[in-house]
Write a protein that binds this ligand. Structure first.
Ligand code: SF4
Ligand code: SF4
Length: 85
């Protein structure tokens, strides 16, 4: 099975949080669960830098929509497709 994962260039990322608030999956989780954590978000800013929260045990991961890539003012995000079982 193929799934999407975002990759963030930490040399470019300024930790502005735009990607986190632009992501529709994050938005739905925030609406339902009231806060974003590394258990429910797919992208988060931690220690001043954006991180992709990916875990192949999770049911919800990035769906590859590309909204965060368009939104990032630093062009710091790329999408990759990875194979999982
Ligand atoms: S939008 Fe871009 S620069 Fe801002 S936190 Fe996300 S990856 Fe970093
Ligand atoms: S590609 Fe879409 S689903 Fe994935 S982290 Fe970016 S905005 Fe969220």
């Amino acid at each position: 099975m193929q799934i999407y994962r975002i990759r963030i260039n930490h040399n470019l990322c300024t930790g502005c949080n735009v990607c986190v608030v632009s992501c529709p999956i994050n938005f739905n989780k925030l609406k339902k669960e009231g806060k974003l954590t590394d258990k429910n978000a797919v992208i988060l800013v931690k220690n001043g830098i954006a991180i992709s929260v990916y875990d192949d045990e999770r049911k919800v991961n990035c769906d590859g929509c590309g909204v965060c890539i368009e939104a990032c003012p630093q062009d710091a995000i790329e999408l990759e497709i990875i194979e999982v079982e």
